[in-house]
Design a binder for this molecule. Structure first.
Ligand SMILES: Cc1cc2nc3c(=O)[nH]c(=O)nc-3n(C[C@H](O)[C@H](O)[C@H](O)COP(=O)(O)O)c2cc1C
Length: 145
């Protein structure tokens, strides 16, 4: 079992509907491939972490990297893990953009809980927490008058 993190920037013109389409495809495919994970989106920035079999993850990332709906795709980390953290999520997704609220997306509180379950786990998870908190902070700064 491995985990892998990527960061990317949405292509211009990707709207909320497009975003939700990506999430729906991700959930369907990940469930079929026994991949679990979590993704954060804010103002064009994607941060995602996936867990699964190494070959499956590498093949999936190869496909995701070529997706024209985003660019500046960067794989940040890939490492073996002994157990899953997101066992019950094919793709937990938090969108911090204003107005991006849907029942099938997780809330900020649920995301914070997920981040907590990642603490004291692998280096990749620490990295995911660090970048997520950075993104969440910039969101808070933006919303504070
Ligand atoms: C930011 C982003 C994240 C994505 N995450 C996933 C994912 O977790 N799993 C997945 O299968 N596809 C994901 N995709 C979609 C893939 O790039 C690709 O469109 C999809 O796997 C093709 O599925 P299909 O072969 O069933 O048509 C993502 C795309 C983007 C832009």
């Amino acid at each position: 079992m491995h985990e892998i993190i990527f960061h990317s920037m949405a292509s211009r013109g990707l709207d909320q509907e497009g975003l939700l389409e990506i999430v729906a495809t991700a959930r369907k495919n990940n469930a079929e491939k026994d991949v679990t994970g979590c993704m954060l989106y804010y103002k064009g920035e994607f941060l995602a972490i996936h867990e699964g079999k190494k070959e499956v993850l590498l093949h999936m990332h190869d496909k995701i990297a070529r997706d024209v709906r985003h660019d500046n795709f960067t794989t940040l980390y890939i490492k073996p893990i002994s157990e899953r953290t997101f066992a019950s999520f094919s793709m937990a997704f938090l969108c911090l953009d204003p107005g991006c609220t849907r029942q099938d997306l997780i809330s900020k509180e649920q995301f914070a809980e997920l981040l907590n379950t990642m603490r004291n786990k692998s280096t990749a998870k620490q990295l995911f927490i660090l970048i997520s908190e950075n993104i969440i902070d910039s969101c808070k700064r933006h919303l504070t008058p």
